[in-house]
Design a protein around this ligand. Structure first.
Ligand code: GLY
Ligand code: GLY
Length: 421
């Protein structure tokens, strides 16, 4: 089992790592197993959507609600499913998965034009992986229009007084107005892409303001992060941090910290802002400094070796991608090598200890994640975003020249214009 050591005492910002990461054969076998499961799931789910998390390691269809039928496209996690299909298409060229992903893109276009369940900042996750992917990988113009409609809708959530995008709820909800969350960083790429693809700077201007506020107020002096933070919606004054899915207001929710690594690194890539690079490094240092011996985070970083708290493998998968992204944007070669090694070590720990031993055991790619421990939701289960980022990490390490959907690609059909923006 690999270990990821604590940060280098000579340089608190620079993590020391001690794993070579997975070998080529291990990676190839992991990709093969993951794509087989994606194919099997595509046959089982068809045009419908699995639930956000497994139940006893199997995905049920998304449950029906008063407004939505079983398996409908609702809530914030459905795009991770076509996102996995697109990764599998890029890895294997599978024509059936490509057709399935394009059909999901059409359904996401229908959702945004019908105004269904859009009161969330997670339009970034939803429309980057479904529709931006369909446009950039298959030249699907209606998908581009849908992604722009989603970006326009996300812009309506910007609160100019506070300089933030409201995370949750409708805009008239006083409990949610003036509140954002660290996860929001991963929704910024949709807006960055919208500026790249239209030439309209308004989207990127909002990203710049929002990211500064997250950096200034959610990233704490000790390099951990608040999950959520409130501003006075009238005056724009910053008020207080708090949690929703973490162990406590002052603790560090592991997945939030992982969103921080990845989100700040992506912002640095697109904006060149050195403060975002520094923020990503600070988030990475704290997470790597608070890992148990097997290298996969507990669901909140307040827990350490000896605790029987559950792990959140999805935080590990997001952190692996974030560390690899950080390695790719770091201008210091020694530091980049260490982040790369840390990302590989994290993925190695997931491949060897957190995947089904036998494909028949589960239809998740990655076991042992936590959705929302305080609410008892999806504890020690697979989840769609854990599966997606696990496959993304595998893709990053096995597909030379892979272009990420989170980068602001400006050319349809596999173009790479934005790659080094
Ligand atoms: N429970 C928080 C979310 O769905 O984003
Ligand atoms: N973005 C919601 C979550 O990570 O649970």
């Amino acid at each position: 089992m690999p270990t990821i050591d604590v940060r280098d005492p000579a340089d608190p910002a620079e993590p020391a790592v001690s794993s070579a990461g997975p070998g080529d054969e291990t990676l190839a076998a992991a990709v093969d197993a993951a794509v087989k499961t994606v194919r099997r799931n595509a046959a089982a789910f068809g045009a419908l959507y699995p639930d956000s998390t497994t139940r006893d390691d199997r995905y049920p269809l998304r449950p029906a609600t008063a407004e939505f039928a079983e398996g409908a496209n609702r809530d914030w996690t459905t795009s991770f499913w076509p996102g996995m299909q697109w990764l599998s298409v890029e890895l294997t060229g599978d024509a059936e998965l490509r057709a399935a992903a394009l059909a999901h893109a059409a359904d996401f276009a229908r959702r945004v034009h019908a105004g269904e369940d859009l009161d969330t900042h997670d339009l970034g996750f939803l429309y980057t992986l479904s529709c931006v992917n369909a446009w950039r990988l298959a030249g699907d113009e209606p998908a581009r229009d849908a992604a722009l409609a989603a970006a326009d809708h996300l812009m309506t959530r910007f609160l100019p007084s506070a300089g933030i995008i409201q995370a949750w709820g409708d805009l008239s909800d006083p409990a949610q107005r003036g509140r954002t969350i660290v996860d929001s960083l991963m929704n910024m790429p949709l807006l960055t892409w919208a500026t790249e693809t239209t030439g309209d700077p308004r989207y990127a201007d909002v990203v710049a303001r929002h990211v500064v506020q997250v950096r200034t107020h959610l990233l704490r002096d000790d390099d951990s992060t608040f999950h959520t933070f409130y501003w006075d919606p009238e005056s724009g004054e910053p008020l207080r941090g708090g949690t929703e899915q973490g162990a406590g207001d002052e603790s560090c929710w592991a997945r939030g910290q992982a969103w921080g690594i990845y989100g700040f690194a992506l912002h640095h890539r697109t904006s060149g802002d050195p403060e975002s690079l520094r923020a990503a490094e600070r988030c990475a240092g704290y997470l790597l400094d608070h890992l148990p011996a097997d290298g996969v985070p507990f669901w909140d970083l307040v827990y350490t070796d000896g605790s029987d708290a559950p792990r959140d493998s999805s935080a590990g998968a997001i952190a692996a991608c974030g560390l690899l992204e950080l390695a790719s944007v770091s201008s210091d070669a020694a530091r980049a090598a260490r982040y790369e090694a840390a990302g590989r070590a994290m993925l190695d720990a997931l491949v060897t200890g957190y995947t089904p031993a036998d494909a028949a055991d589960s239809d998740a790619l990655l076991l042992h994640a936590v959705y929302d421990a305080p609410k008892g939701k999806g504890v020690d289960e697979g989840c769609l975003w854990g599966d997606y980022y696990y496959l993304e990490a595998l893709t990053r390490l096995t597909l030379p020249g892979w272009v990420s959907p989170w980068w602001p690609t400006t050319t349809a059909d596999g173009g790479t214009d934005g790659e080094s923006a």
